[in-house]
Design a binder for this molecule. Structure first.
Ligand code: ZN
Ligand code: ZN
Length: 321
């Protein structure tokens, strides 16, 4: 199984003729999640062929217009297509008002239930196969980054061994898989008797970090991340501006990737004044080697779990036009 990351936009502040405003979709086992809803996000989504109906969760990092102005249109289109399933929208505190305003702006009643959630740091969505959590960033307004963590596998349960040992099938098997020792008819069974721990696999960890100036608080939360998607608004020549408006330069993003010990860094959210990403890549690589510069509709794919022995990397997927 793999996880796909689709970059729906890679610009900041305003779109350019090549780049839409920053947004990303993460696809996992038939589900997908949308991070930020800028203007133009609908057309990019149509180019990917992803179904609006399968979208259950939208995560909005903060309410600056370049991350949110597509929300009214997106909700209106879902209504026109008579969506029925609930939609969860996560955002900072003002999310309840913003959803109301989005509906008022389009002058429509949604055909489905919208469930707004105020983001609190920590786990937002918990599922047996994955977790999505939020970490506070360091921007000019309340802004959150998101971390997707696929479930790890402790090892492989050896059914044949359990049957041979005559351990009754059912909840006791589950306990052994969770690492608990059990007792059956006075006899003790330890997990090691039925588990093959050489087959342990670590779940992929992917972080989506938008508008922020570097800060220890979120960098600490990035430890163990495989793929870091980090904003990179400016080059070093505009460092003063980055500090002033609470954004990052490419080099800062590289330094963060290095400090957090991630496997790969993907740069996005570029100021329109830098039409090509080569300089961005060069500056980030002063601190960290494995850098990819995102472009619109770029798709990356990575394994859902990595064998703890190996270090599987991502690859870019060539999309059919
Ligand atoms: Zn932005
Ligand atoms: Zn912003």
């Amino acid at each position: 199984m793999s996880i796909q990351l689709t970059f729906l936009g890679t610009s900041c502040s305003t779109p350019t003729s090549e780049r839409n405003l920053s947004s990303m979709a993460l696809t996992f086992r038939g589900n997908w999640f949308l991070f930020d809803t800028p203007e133009g996000v609908q057309q990019r989504l149509m180019q990917t062929g992803m179904s609006y109906l399968k979208l259950e969760h939208i995560f909005i990092s903060h309410f600056h217009g370049d991350h949110t102005l597509g929300l009214p249109g997106l909700l209106a289109t879902m209504t026109i297509h008579e969506r029925q399933t609930d939609l969860h929208i996560w955002g900072p505190r003002e999310i309840f008002d913003k959803v109301k305003q989005a509906l008022a702006l389009g002058d429509f009643f949604p055909s489905f239930k919208i469930i707004p959630h105020e983001i609190q740091e920590g786990v937002l969505v918990s599922h047996k196969e994955y977790q999505i959590s939020a970490v506070e960033l360091n921007h000019s307004c309340k802004c959150y980054g998101f971390i997707f963590q696929a479930q790890s596998k402790e090892g492989e349960f050896q059914r044949a061994k359990a049957l041979k040992l005559k351990i009754p099938m059912g909840p006791l098997w589950g306990k052994l898989q969770k690492g608990e020792t059990i007792v059956v008819s006075g006899k003790k069974y330890t997990p090691e008797m039925v588990m093959d721990y050489s087959k342990a696999q670590r779940g992929a960890r992917i972080a989506y970090i938008m508008d922020t100036f570097p800060h220890t608080h979120y960098i600490d939360a990035l430890k163990g991340t495989d793929i870091l998607i980090h904003e990179s608004s400016f080059l070093e020549s505009e460092k003063e501006r980055a500090i002033e408006v609470r954004h990052s330069t490419a080099k800062m993003a590289g330094e963060i990737a290095k400090r957090a010990g991630v496997k790969q860094l993907i740069l996005t959210h570029f100021s329109p004044r830098y039409p090509n990403g080569n300089e961005m890549k060069k500056e980030a690589q002063m601190a960290f080697k494995n850098v990819v510069v995102a472009h619109d509709l770029m798709q990356m794919e990575t394994e859902e779990r990595y064998s703890t022995a190996s270090d599987k990397k991502t690859r870019e997927v060539k999309r059919k036009k």
